[in-house]
Design a protein around this ligand. Structure first.
Ligand code: ATP
Ligand code: MG
Length: 363
């Protein structure tokens, strides 16, 4: 075979629990999908989370972060486990994930939620409502009420204890997440719904104003606005109306969890975290599932689909991404299911075999 026309460096972070099992499936899927599109990969595997704690005493070793920063994209599997649950805060595996997001300066979190025709029964919604749902929540990740100052505890005029936080957004923070959201909508069906509470909150009023300003750069995208209370309702009433949703940190936290539950399959859901420049971070939304770790029971498809997002949103390799997405659908069409998505009449397989079936479908 001729050498690949393009070559990317990818950092693999297997992490803990089922992480190593699912990431090896995603790695081989990337290699095979890339080979059909003239794309080669150089993979570097680095420790993070509990695995890094055991090895180096910290959840995100400096070397892991610097290798990540030098690569074109980072694929992370999962972090955490019972073993480290009693650790102090700065020595928790999960701290490694927060430090990684901070280190890579990723401020946009993309979470797709689609109800695949093969898995309609897994949805928590009625079949008619669930069928055909295919949406993406773009959540601002580094601003808003989780980080705004002033914050803290105090006392009010009656001497009563109070807790307070501040919702703050600056123009540049809204503009950059808006651009990512419009670009995302452009790679999807060209519709963007911005969710805010602009009838009550000043930070939301600025949000809406800036979204409308940035919209002028994207005349091809159909923009709408929705108040967050209505959006929460519409997501379960008629989720099909949404293509891409963009919203702030706290609303996105809530709405992305709501959206993921309507699909009903944690083992299938991918995510991407993107910054302005530099590598994006791609990971399944599920945790390390210590209850099934090392038993060849994990569903690798969330990580495989995260690898597809890596290709599409991290490297701009849309065709290779589509190859992976198609192979996943094809594998489900053939009836292969891991335990988390199993239903009667299908073929129950383990993590390894699910991976092999995806590779066969890619071929
Ligand atoms: P977090 O690390 O986000 O706190 P958690 O502990 O809340 O995660 P998970 O680790 O995601 O939750 O596990 C929740 C349940 O879902 C467990 O029973 C786990 O076995 C199951 N689960 C999670 N991911 C998968 C997967 N990829 N395949 C099969 N089952 C999974
Ligand atoms: Mg957990």
């Amino acid at each position: 075979a001729s050498p690949p026309a393009k070559r990317y460096t990818i950092t693999l972070l297997p992490g803990d629990g089922i992480g190593p099992e699912v990431i090896s499936v995603a790695k081989t899927a990337l290699e095979l999908a890339g080979s059909f599109e003239g794309i080669g990969f150089g993979f570097t595997e680095m420790p993070v989370g509990g695995a890094a704690l055991d090895l180096t005493g910290v959840p995100l070793p400096e070397e892991t972060l610097s290798v990540c920063k030098q690569s074109d994209a980072v694929l992370l599997a999962a972090i955490g486990g019972y073993k480290w649950d009693k650790n102090e805060k700065h020595l928790k595996p999960e701290t490694g994930l927060l430090q990684l997001r901070e280190g890579l300066k990723v401020f946009a979190n993309l979470r797709p939620a689609s109800v695949l025709p093969q898995l309609v029964d897994a949805s928590t919604l009625k079949k008619e409502v669930a069928e055909g749902v295919d949406l993406m929540v773009v959540r601002e990740l580094t601003g808003g009420i989780y980080f705004g100052k002033p914050r803290g505890f105090g006392t009010n005029e009656n001497g009563e204890e109070i807790g307070f936080n501040t919702e703050v957004y600056a123009t540049y923070e809204i503009d950059r997440i808006a651009r990512i959201a419009f670009e995302t909508a452009r790679k999807r069906r060209g519709k963007l719904c911005s969710v805010d509470k602009a009838n009550v909150l000043e930070a939301s009023m600025l949000w809406r104003k800036r979204i409308e300003a940035i919209a002028l750069e994207y005349p091809d995208i159909e923009l709408s606005h929705m108040y967050v209370d209505n959006a929460a309702m519409q997501l379960v009433r008629n989720p099909k109306q949404f293509d891409t949703i963009v919203t702030n940190n706290i609303f996105g936290d809530i709405l992305s969890d709501e959206a993921s539950m309507i699909t009903g399959s944690i083992g299938m859901l991918a995510s991407a975290s993107l910054g302005e420049s530099g590598p994006g971070l791609f990971e399944p939304i599920h945790g390390s599932a210590p209850d099934i770790a090392g038993q060849d029971k994990a569903n690798p498809l969330a990580t495989v689909l995260s690898a597809a997002m890596l290709l599409k949103y991290g490297l701009g390799e849309v065709k290779a991404a589509q190859r992976i997405e198609t192979a996943v659908l094809d594998t489900l069409n053939k009836g292969f299911r891991t335990g988390d998505i199993f239903s009667d009449g299908n073929k129950l397989v383990g993590c390894k075999q699910m991976g092999e079936e995806v590779l066969k479908s890619l071929d």
